[in-house]
Ligand binder design. Structure first.
Ligand code: C2E
Ligand code: MG
Ligand code: MG
Length: 471
């Protein structure tokens, strides 16, 4: 029931109550309706509408009440924070209806694994919290966490479809990991983030010195939600040099986050967090739009047109609206699609090859260029190279790093160049840091390079200067 409905019914009840000629029976009925209404409203503020489990507020109050009323101070209790792995992916690909049904089934299944005295709540979204009372030792909690994880091994059946989902669990124990509601929850959440860092589908018990990494991830997660609206993201641009013509053939847009407390945060730290919480979709849109706008601005300044490359991570690539989003941005910014390049990794494409081919073909049809990033670090499958409509291969920097002392790396680089050319792809090497590396790549027919030797990623003004001055 919405707040508006609530107000309407309350006003109605009040009007009828104030009506002097009301028969006694009707008046009594109205009083009952009014009581029921109050009950419903109070139920709504303490229970989750979907699963009918207690909600975040209930959990907070229950934990606070329990802590305040602990009779024997030596007793232990545990807070479990459970976050589903990759649930966002299910919502994004199968829709919220299926997502809701899955949450409901998960809640029902988990309910079987708690004891009568424990308290179980839906914290929000795909997060559940548990308060375990009367704990004798940490093993009790570990066993419960393990059983919960194992209970998710069996698939969930929704509309004849079998869905698998895993979870990451964090645990904090009173009195060791906190003596108040806020600290116990914060530490359980930090432990959950460590479980995510350790590859998900596991549980972690909070330890004071474990926190730094997990806490940073937690801090990043919380502050990412506001970063877009507070304009904390920037794009840097790293130029790519054509080794045959010596011209700048394009620039790769690389995101940076100017965090108010942590300073400049590199993408490797926050992109995985944004993938996890789903914000990558909106951040990705911002990246594509900003890069296209920048490219148009350069063209308007009279600079010769170059390609702008943007990176797409796995989650973005699975987004059903990706093609529409890109086509809208191209229309809005009026950038000719041939000046936009999309960088994808093989692993992102391999997640659902059929879908990847369809998306890339649609983009290619629009005129957008497609580049395979970090080539050589994944499966490097010839099958995927043959089937994906690519324009460019980027040899991963790990091969370039030791290339001058490692014959194996040289053999691989030569083979990738030959194969790329055979497939009519442009081949570019990443991470070139020395003149020696550049000369060698030129001698073996590599088409282009990108790396600190030519230029580091530059903020927009400096990239503009480079484009203006490059002869
Ligand atoms: P990437 O797409 O492979 O980008 C190349 C990375 O190598 C960049 O790191 C770049 O600064 C770095 N690099 C370039 N030349 C050299 C060099 O000569 N030596 C060394 N050691 N490094 C060099 P950066 O900017 O930290 O980005 C890391 C990764 O984060 C990117 O790898 C890309 O996968 C991801 N990323 C960056 N921006 C975005 C974005 O807007 N969206 C998404 N989804 N991912 C992004
Ligand atoms: Mg890239
Ligand atoms: Mg790369």
């Amino acid at each position: 029931m919405s707040k508006n409905h609530e107000r309407l019914i309350k006003n109605l009840v009040e009007d009828i109550r104030n009506c002097p000629q009301l028969p006694k029976l009707v008046a009594l009925a109205i009083e009952e309706i009014s009581l029921l209404l109050d009950e419903m409203i109070s139920h709504q503020s303490y229970y989750d509408y979907l699963t009918a489990l207690p909600n975040r507020q209930s959990f907070n109050e229950k934990l606070t009440f329990t802590l305040e009323n602990l009779q024997q101070k030596e007793k232990m209790l545990a807070v479990i924070f459970l976050d589903l792995d990759d649930f966002k992916h299910i919502n994004d690909t199968l829709g919220h209806g299926i997502g809701d049904q899955l949450l409901l089934q998960i809640a029902n299944r988990l309910q079987n694994y708690i004891r009568n005295q424990d308290f179980f709540a839906r914290w929000g979204g795909d997060e559940f919290t548990f308060l375990l009372l009367d704990i004798n030792n940490i093993d009790d909690v570990s066993n419960i966490a393990q059983t919960m994880l194992r209970s998710l091994d069996q698939p969930f059946k929704i509309n004849q479809r079998e869905l698998y989902i895993k979870a990451s669990i964090g645990i904090s124990v009173y009195p060791y990991d906190g003596k108040d509601t806020e600290t116990l929850l914060k530490n359980a959440e930090a432990a959950m983030y460590l479980a995510k860092n350790k590859g998900r589908n596991n549980y972690q018990i909070y330890r004071p010195n474990m926190g730094i990494k997990a806490n940073k991830r937690l801090l990043l997660n919380h502050s990412l939600y506001k970063a877009l609206e507070q304009h904390e993201f920037l794009l840097y641009y790293q130029p790519q040099l054509d080794l045959k013509t010596n011209k700048i053939l394009g620039l790769e847009a690389l995101i940076r986050w100017q965090h108010p407390e942590l300073g400049l945060v590199p993408p490797n730290q926050f992109i995985p967090v944004a993938e996890e919480n789903g914000l990558i979709i909106n951040i990705g849109k911002w990246v594509i739009k900003t890069a296209c706008e920048q490219n148009i601005a350069w063209q308007k300044q009279g600079l010769s047109a170059v390609k702008i490359a943007v990176n797409l991570s796995g989650r973005q690539f699975q987004d059903r609206h990706l093609v529409t989003t890109i086509s809208q941005i191209l229309e809005e910014t009026k950038l000719d699609p041939c000046y936009l390049e999309i960088e994808i990794t093989e692993s992102a494409a391999l997640e659902d090859m059929g879908f990847a081919i369809a998306v890339l073909q649609a983009l290619k049809k629009m005129g957008v260029h497609i580049s395979m990033d970090d080539f050589g670090t994944g499966y490097s499958s010839l099958w995927s190279l043959k089937r994906l409509p690519l324009d460019k291969l980027k040899i991963d920097q790990s091969f370039i790093k030791d290339m001058m002392n490692n014959l194996n790396d040289v053999a691989i680089i030569k083979a990738v160049i030959a194969m790329g050319h055979g497939l009519k792809l442009q081949v570019i090497a990443e991470g070139i840091e020395t003149a020696e590396q550049l000369a060698f790549l030129k001698s073996i027919n590599c088409d282009a390079i990108q790396g600190y030797f030519f230029s580091r990623p530059l903020p927009p003004e400096e990239a503009t200067k480079l484009l203006l001055n490059w002869k």
